[in-house]
Design a binder for this molecule. Structure first.
Ligand code: ADP
Ligand code: ADP
Length: 227
């Protein structure tokens, strides 16, 4: 079953003389539960692609269908709701809110969506992330690995269909990197949450089911490693 269809997606930043074509007619489909690594040189359009898959930005042309919903046909309010429920975004530098506690950071997407926090579900997630003893801490009281686990909690509290991670281990040592990737893989395998990870780390790319290489805003290679 296809969870994601990308059709002729292009993105141009700016206008006229200074316009930059960041994505150039990209099309591909993703099966539910797939783990995809996106690789490619700096500036090739990887982050632009990930943001467009997550409904964070709007394309210049082309479509993104998530579960058959054409997300850029949605208005801003509907798109924001879609993002909070179906997309879990994970960044290199965590992007946590410094004045909120760990628990508040994790539950924020539910609160913004006026949804009740399911205490049992929260406790389970926090336990998987090994953050039980950190719930009242602020982000700056945590290690990098812990902060990234909080950001995974925030990304996954709504049990989104898609987990999108932009260099999630780019700021971590190898032990913490392995831990973070193992966690993302666990959610991917156990709960069939589709995982798309931008990475420069070949060891991570080799664990994916499929590797897509982006060059100059186009797909240079699309290889299934594990069918
Ligand atoms: P990557 O993630 O592969 O490093 P990006 O998607 O960040 O690549 O960038 C692709 C191209 O688009 C680059 O030339 C970059 O400078 C440009 N770009 C990215 N974001 C913006 C922006 N907000 N405004 C203008 N140009 C941008
Ligand atoms: P419950 O709410 O009673 O836990 P669910 O049907 O929601 O029941 O989930 C069944 C089990 O699978 C639970 O242990 C739940 O935590 C887990 N689960 C299902 N989907 C996810 C998910 N995306 N992330 C974390 N745990 C999940």
């Amino acid at each position: 079953m296809e969870i994601l269809k990308i059709e002729h997606l292009s993105k141009i930043y700016g206008q006229g003389e200074t316009a930059v074509k960041a994505l150039d007619d990209v099309s591909f489909s993703v099966k539910k539960g797939e783990f995809i690594a996106i690789i490619g040189p700096s500036g090739s359009g990887k982050s632009t692609l990930l943001h467009l898959l997550g409904g964070v930005d709007r394309p210049t042309s082309g479509k993104v269908l998530v579960d058959n919903t054409d997300i850029y046909q949605l208005d801003e309010t509907q798109l924001a709701i879609f993002r909070r429920r179906q997309i879990g975004l994970i960044y290199q530098f965590y992007n946590l809110i410094p004045v909120l506690t760990v628990e508040e950071n994790i539950t924020l997407p539910l609160l913004l969506d006026e949804q009740q926090v399911d205490k049992k579900q929260l406790a389970e997630l926090v336990s998987i992330l090994n953050l039980e003893n950190r719930l009242t801490h602020l982000p700056n009281q945590l290690s990098g690995g812990q902060q990234q686990r909080v950001s995974i909690g925030r990304a996954l509290i709504s049990r989104p269909a898609l987990m999108l991670a932009d260099e999630p281990t780019g700021n971590l040592d190898s032990k913490n990197s392995r831990e973070i990737i193992d966690l993302l893989k666990m959610f991917n395998k156990n709960y069939k949450q589709t995982l798309i990870v931008i990475t420069h780390d070949e060891r991570i790319a080799l664990q994916a089911d499929r590797v897509i290489a982006i060059e100059d805003g186009r797909i240079a290679k699309d290889e299934v490693i594990r069918p």
